[in-house]
Design a protein around this ligand. Structure first.
Ligand SMILES: Cc1cc2nc3c(=O)[nH]c(=O)nc-3n(C[C@H](O)[C@H](O)[C@H](O)COP(=O)(O)OP(=O)(O)OC[C@H]3O[C@@H](n4cnc5c(N)ncnc54)[C@H](O)[C@@H]3O)c2cc1C
Ligand SMILES: NC(=O)c1ccc[n+]([C@@H]2O[C@H](COP(=O)([O-])OP(=O)(O)OC[C@H]3O[C@@H](n4cnc5c(N)ncnc54)[C@H](O)[C@@H]3O)[C@@H](O)[C@H]2O)c1
Length: 465
């Protein structure tokens, strides 16, 4: 006998888990959600939201400095942190109220699978609740990965949690990792007053983006005064007085008041009881296009799954997952590729915006990933600064747009925009990629003058239209 019987139980109330529970519940299924820490997950308090709250003021100030006649700054760091707190104060009562208003049962505590269709929740006071459910969804997210660096567990290294919830900007910051977290935090901390040293063991920043994007972000960070060390790893770290000192593979040493580890994430599936249903703890749960892990009953979404590790993609997976569960509960067949039952965009059109200055906004393939996927492609690029809209936006506008065209089908399979204020330009590309709009038809999508979107016309002309 279980303590609670529901149609759907979701483990993890991050943005992704909340969306599955809501989607299923709105279509008539009873739902419970288990949360160990804060309803709203990493994204709301320690990731997307506070990091963008730190970045928006420095981005805005830089934009004003590119338009003569506009006086702004200096930045009031205390007010920036206060505004960040307004967005990301770690108090989840509002989100918990939303769940109960939506009719979803919140169980606070640590959830673990306890065999098929069963979850055991250990509450913070040690008591337990056993839950029986027709469908179980894992939405437990991810935790920071710590690379094997001697002494890393002895220096009180920061993760994204300390970096995004900081109360006082340190004089200097070492950053381990030149991926998305590393470059965004380098931008924010440098412009909020810290000396920043960033160590990346690959030969470029943002290695999964178009190489030109990494080069331009690196040039901008260096122009700001960030010390970027590429092609070298941190081998050992130690505290020396108040500082952290890091030994690098090239024999040099760097130091800073704090060390931020931004070297990727690992799925929060280690202490989840997945072994009780024959799965390997600590790995991303492998999903099919319907977000299913096992049978018709176990699902995974968000960072804990093999899907894309971004909030908007996790929420897309969540909508599909909720609809798949509802369809199966009604004995309905699942639909095909572009139905509500398949995460097709995972294969074709994952968008991402990196909020550095310049921003990097991309969707779908890079030229390199298209090649690896066996597509015949041609890539074209155009300097965004050459269009009137960009010249008006900022003096000396520095940015580039790139399209990756599938030459067999005459459609765009990838796009990247690098530059100030390009974040919202990527959605047009996302629509073109998902809609598989032929280039000849795109020719008739006329961009307004004088906007930065005119770069679309220049790209098509460069391609030969
Ligand atoms: C610094 C930083 C900035 C980022 N910025 C962006 C951005 O701008 N845009 C973007 O799209 N993505 C961004 N990301 C990625 C984004 O944060 C993740 O993709 C997103 O949070 C994943 O959502 P999730 O619901 O799967 O997991 P999470 O947000 O991690 O939520 C999982 C929840 O599950 C709970 N949980 C875990 N295990 C258990 C258990 N056993 N029992 C009960 N509860 C459990 C956790 O406490 C947590 O609340 C950023 C990441 C970082 C680190
Ligand atoms: N704006 C956004 O969309 C946004 C912002 C932040 C984070 N995120 C997501 O959060 C996740 C985590 O981001 P992240 O930056 O931690 O991971 P990441 O995988 O993007 O980057 C980690 C980087 O660390 C480097 N690295 C790893 N070990 C190293 C070592 N020992 N020495 C030096 N460098 C090392 C890797 O080469 C890699 O470039 C990603 O999925 C990312 O997409 C998204």
């Amino acid at each position: 006998m279980s303590d609670l019987d529901v149609d759907v139980v979701v483990i993890g109330a991050g943005p992704v888990g909340e969306n599955v529970a809501d989607r299923a519940h709105q279509q008539g299924l009873s739902a419970a959600i288990v949360e160990d820490r804060l309803v709203g997950g990493e994204c709301s308090y320690y990731a997307c939201i506070p990091s963008k709250a730190l970045l928006r003021p420095v981005d805005l100030l830089a934009a004003t400095q590119r338009v003569p006649g506009v006086e702004a700054g200096p930045i009031d760091v205390a007010k920036v942190l206060e505004r960040r707190d307004g967005f990301a104060n770690p108090d989840d009562s509002g989100q918990a109220d939303w769940l109960s208003g939506a009719g979803i049962t919140l169980l606070r505590g640590h959830g673990r699978l306890a065999g098929e269709r069963a979850v055991e929740v250990t509450h913070h006071d040690g008591t337990t609740t056993s839950v029986a459910a027709r469908y179980v969804v894992v939405a437990t997210g991810s935790v920071p990965a710590f690379p094997p660096v001697d002494g890393l567990d002895t220096v009180n290294a920061w993760t994204n949690q300390e970096a995004t919830q900081v109360k006082e900007i340190p004089e200097s910051l070492l950053i381990l990792g030149g991926g998305v977290v590393g470059v965004e935090m380098a931008t924010a901390y440098r412009r909020l007053g810290a000396q920043v040293t960033l160590v990346q063991h690959g030969d470029r920043l943002l290695p999964t983006t178009e190489p030109e994007a990494g080069r331009r972000v690196q040039a901008a960070l260096e122009a700001d005064g960030v010390d970027v060390r590429l092609s070298t790893s941190m081998t050992a770290v130690r505290r020396d007085g108040d500082d952290v000192v890091a030994a690098l593979g090239d024999g040099s040493e760097v130091r800073g008041a704090e060390l931020l580890v931004a070297a990727g994430r690992r799925p929060a599936t280690s202490d989840l009881g997945v072994d009780t249903v024959g799965l390997e703890p600590g790995t991303h749960l492998e999903v099919d296009d319907a977000t299913t892990v096992l049978g018709d009953w176990l699902y995974a979404v968000g960072d804990a799954s093999t899907g894309a590790q971004l909030t908007h993609m996790g929420k897309y997976q969540a909508r599909i997952c909720g609809d798949v569960i509802v369809a199966r509960s009604r004995g309905q067949e699942l639909g095909g590729r572009y139905s509500h039952h398949a995460t097709t965009a995972e294969h074709t059109a994952v968008p991402q915006v990196i909020f550095t200055d310049p921003q990097v906004a991309s969707v779908g393939h890079t030229e390199a990933s298209a090649g690896r996927a066996g597509l015949s492609v041609r890539a074209v690029s155009y300097e965004i600064g050459n269009v009137a809209g960009a010249a008006l936006q900022a003096d000396g506008y520095d940015g580039v747009a790139m399209l990756v065209v599938d030459t067999d089908r005459g459609v765009i399979v990838g796009a990247t925009f690098v530059g100030q204020d390009v974040a919202d330009m990527v959605h047009a590309a996302t629509i073109a990629v998902v809609g598989e709009v032929p280039l000849e038809r795109l020719w008739h999508a006329v961009p307004s003058f004088p906007t930065m979107s005119e770069v679309w016309l220049r790209l098509l002309e460069t391609y030969g239209l």
